[in-house]
Write a protein that binds this ligand. Structure first.
Ligand code: HGY
Ligand code: MN
Ligand code: MN
Ligand code: MN
Length: 399
């Protein structure tokens, strides 16, 4: 059986993005579907029984599907131009951990499932961790089914064309009951584990985070015939808004606010936009602070818009409060990984959604670059191997 590094190497060309660099594997895109097939093959090679549930979550079972099983997994979808490890490291490490446990001759006392959650990044339909939110009922099904991708396709349509029945998408208490404990291994996405020292950490919490859409409307017009004084240009207002987002967050210790995506409509070189849509990602440990931050940003956005003869509207797309992982499970894991540091993360994960419903925990593997959501994301082979062994040790202790 391949090691975790060989498993990662076997998918290193799937979804390479020649324009942005890195990987673009949005949910139900060809690359992500190819990775699903890869996962099915790897599971079959290990004698794991695969099933895909009503929400598109894949479960590879070692033992009969049963309530209260031990479940580990992550995701295979990526952000646009993402790194090689965000998601796949957790899935490959889980497969490698099964090999390690089988080689140790382990006879599990309860079933183990390796899971792959769809749309963790929310890169196609805008809501992060859509799969685990559907499983748990954390998102309104109608809202989910009507989410649209950049081409205007609804999640319902895309789900249907990938074998799901939109009438059955949504909270799945039977599937959720199968998760007795959930452990997700993930690449560290900040500078928490640094360049040396322990390569594996135990997760303590996930920063509260949300996504909002700001739409700035002005007067679309001709770039050549419209004098500067006669313009209501939403792009200029948007420029002020991006600076206001940065300035407002910079004043708030530990706040993070980002405009990573901005779309002028209609988007022509010789066209003054009629509208500009910006998407805001804001995060802070204290949900009340995030709420005040968004209020302040919205006030600044309305002022910036008004100064350009435009108007601005704000809609919340998703929000998850700060999550603290199950202390009992995390303590248990800490005892199985003596010396492992405890690390909070600013990145969202399916384990964070599940933590509201079942005992959940995370392991982080050192990323010496301290960079993620970028091709520069990196895990050294020896640290990836240590991660797979650490996950195997944790699973063995919990099985
Ligand atoms: O956005 C996040 O924090 C995660 O990578 N989905
Ligand atoms: Mn991830
Ligand atoms: Mn990510
Ligand atoms: Mn013309």
């Amino acid at each position: 059986m391949e090691t975790v590094n060989q498993l990662l190497d076997s998918i290193k060309d799937v979804g390479r993005d020649g324009v942005r660099g890195g990987y673009s594997r949005s949910v139900y895109s060809t690359p992500e579907l190819d990775l699903r097939e890869w996962f099915k093959e790897q599971a079959a090679q290990r004698g794991l029984d695969i099933e895909t549930d009503r929400n598109g979550i894949m479960w590879a079972w070692w033992g009969e599907p049963q309530d209260g099983a031990l479940v580990t997994g992550s995701h295979l979808d990526s952000v646009p131009g993402g790194g090689a490890f965000d998601g796949p490291l957790g899935v490959a490490s889980a497969l490698a951990a099964v090999d390690i446990l089988k080689n140790r001759g382990l006879q599990p006392r309860r079933s183990l499932a390796v899971t792959v959650f769809p749309e963790e990044e929310g890169s196609r339909f805008g809501v992060a961790c859509l799969g685990s939110r559907l499983l748990t009922g954390a998102i309104d099904v109608d809202k989910a089914l009507n989410l649209r991708d950049a081409d205007g396709g609804t999640f319902a349509d895309v789900a249907r064309s990938n074998g799901l029945d939109p009438r059955h998408v949504g909270a799945d208490p039977e599937a959720l009951a199968r998760i007795g404990d959930f452990v997700e291994l993930h690449v560290e996405q900040g500078k928490g584990l640094g360049q040396d020292g322990p390569a594996i950490a135990v997760g303590s919490s996930i920063l509260g985070h949300g996504r909002w859409k700001l739409s700035v409307s002005g007067q679309g017009n001709h770039a050549g015939t419209t004098l500067m004084a006669d313009r209501a240009d939403p792009m200029v207002a948007a420029a002020h808004i991006v600076l206001a987002v940065r300035d407002t967050a910079a004043k708030q210790p530990d706040a993070r606010a980002t405009v990573g995506r901005l779309t002028p409509v209609p988007g022509g070189t010789n066209v003054i936009a009629s509208r500009v849509d910006l998407w805001l990602d804001a995060r802070h440990p204290d949900d009340a602070v995030t709420a005040r931050l968004i209020e302040a940003i919205y006030v600044a956005a309305q002022e910036a818009a008004a100064s350009e003869g435009c108007t601005a509207t704000l809609t919340e797309e998703s929000y998850s409060g700060t999550v603290h992982f199950d202390s009992g499970l995390s303590r248990r894991i800490g005892s199985l990984l003596p010396g492992a540091p405890v690390l909070a993360t600013g990145a969202g994960h399916d384990a964070g959604v599940l933590a509201g419903y079942v005992p959940s925990a995370m392991l982080f593997v050192r990323n010496p670059s301290g960079i993620s959501h970028s091709p520069e994301e990196y895990v050294a082979d020896e640290d990836a191997s240590s991660g797979a062994v650490a996950l195997a040790d944790v699973l063995e202790g919990l099985l």
